[in-house]
Design a protein around this ligand. Structure first.
Ligand code: PEP
Length: 255
């Protein structure tokens, strides 16, 4: 399968930004800007308490609202957590799992990322699984080893059939929120290495069918070049997903 047949997904990660009223205003602003842009799926992943307002504003549009995390247990004594069933009952289809900020600040490991991924997939959700190397790993020349290992550990026990509902977001940690962007060549090469790791686990067909996004300071200026690369099937966007005109330009670049 070549790139043209893979699903392209442009997803915003709002992180801890936008109250419900701010989310409503933002979706109302961005909705007409991305209307009819059918060359990609458009998703905004929102803080839990903002999801309902964002969904209401997005109703009838081509925008889907996702979550930024999900717990691995079905229910129980996990104060502060939210289950996949709770999200699906709220009509949430997409969920980001394993974002580097969760790995860095909230003790997320490949084991917990794997458990969350399986729980979300079993509930029928589509997972945006984030992985990527830190700066020292890139400088040491071990990026391929790192992303291959993360791919294998994070997807342990996930079936080839379930892979239809997995999107991988390659996010070099040194490029997230820093203004530093991987070059289009670096992004393409590493997305290709992740695809190779997928081929080792699931075979080439599944690897070639899997959407692999790039994330890390993608913006209205660099999106076209990044998205033109053969292994880059979309973007996970933080900062630029909070500015309607910037996000629109990225969606335009994906058409
Ligand atoms: C992200 O949070 O996933 C991200 C890529 O952020 P930014 O675009 O701000 O680097």
């Amino acid at each position: 399968m070549n790139k043209a047949k893979r699903k392209v997904v442009i997803a915003g990660n709002w992180k801890m930004n936008f109250t419900p009223s701010e989310a409503t205003a933002f979706i109302n602003e961005v909705k007409p800007l991305v209307a009819g842009k059918n060359g990609c799926e458009v998703v905004f992943c929102a803080p839990y308490v903002t999801i309902a307002a964002a969904q209401a504003a997005a109703q009838g549009s081509n925008i889907s609202i996702g979550a930024e995390n999900v717990h691995f247990a079905e229910k129980g004594a996990y104060t502060g957590e939210v289950s996949a069933k709770m999200l699906t009952e709220c009509g949430v289809k997409y969920v980001i799992i394993g974002h580097s900020e969760r790995r860095q600040y909230f003790g997320e490991t490949d084991a917990t990322v794997n458990a969350r991924t399986k729980a979300a997939l079993e509930a029928g959700m589509t997972v945006i699984l984030c992985l990527g190397e830190v700066k020292e790993q890139r400088l040491s020349g071990i990026t391929r080893e790192i992303v291959s290992m993360q791919t294998k550990l994070d997807l342990e026990g996930v079936t080839a059939e379930q892979m239809k509902n997995v999107i991988i977001a390659y996010e070099p940690v040194w490029a997230i929120g820093t203004g530093l962007t991987a070059t289009p060549e670096q992004a393409d090469e590493t997305c290709g290495q992740i695809r190779d790791a997928l081929a080792e686990i699931y075979g080439r067909d599944v690897a070639e069918a899997t959407t692999i996004q790039y994330g890390g300071s993608m913006n209205e200026k660099n999106a076209a070049e990044l998205l033109a690369k053969p292994n880059v099937d979309g973007g996970l966007i933080g900062g630029a997903s909070l500015v309607a005109e910037k996000f629109k330009a990225i969606v335009d670049a994906a058409q």
